[in-house]
Design a protein around this ligand. Sequence first.
Ligand SMILES: CC(C)(COP(=O)(O)OP(=O)(O)OC[C@H]1O[C@@H](n2cnc3c(N)ncnc32)[C@H](O)[C@@H]1OP(=O)(O)O)[C@@H](O)C(=O)NCCC(=O)NCCS
Length: 167
Amino acid sequence: MTRYVDGVTIRLLRNGDTATVAALFDRLGDRSRAQRFAMAKPRLTEADLAALARVDGDHHVLVAFLDGDPRPAAMAQLVRDGATAEVAFAVADEYQGRGLGSILSRELAADARAAGIRELRATVSGENPRAVSLISRSLASGRSRRVRTSWVGGVRELVVPLDAPAP
Ligand SMILES: CC(C)(COP(=O)(O)OP(=O)(O)OC[C@H]1O[C@@H](n2cnc3c(N)ncnc32)[C@H](O)[C@@H]1OP(=O)(O)O)[C@@H](O)C(=O)NCCC(=O)NCCS
């Protein structure tokens, strides 16, 4: 189902659509790639592509497009494990800092809530204030005090509790 939110078109990734995953990766610089994957990631392997393009009952991926640009502008990924899910985000370098990640994170959180997920986890490596703000505020629906943070080395694990959807 396609959604339109604040001028952004958001689609579900089709299972196996590695071309879209690769097209967004091409729009990330070295720093963004390292931030997204918590390690240097100069290129995606076939196994990476297959994993990132997997969509099924436990793998949910949103892709954002902006008017006048046929290439993907951002992606949000969720991998479910019971009532918990690991999430990750990537916005094309040229569109970062304009609210796109926040829009996608709110949509992803709404989808997670509707699917019965009660907790989201995200990994943020090194200094990444945009990612921390996005997870603490947009993903957490403005309830940053409920977000739990733990550190392992230079990597931060953020845990966001989700409310049940309104009946
Ligand atoms: C992290 C990322 C997804 C955020 O998406 P974005 O579209 O760039 O971010 P937004 O414009 O929605 O802003 C998110 C928050 O960062 C804040 N922000 C924006 N630019 C900032 C900057 N230069 N410094 C500090 N904070 C900044 C925004 O105010 C917003 O916070 P708020 O909700 O408290 O107002 C995106 O920058 C990205 O893809 N980075 C590389 C990959 C990555 O780090 N992935 C995260 C791993 S989970």
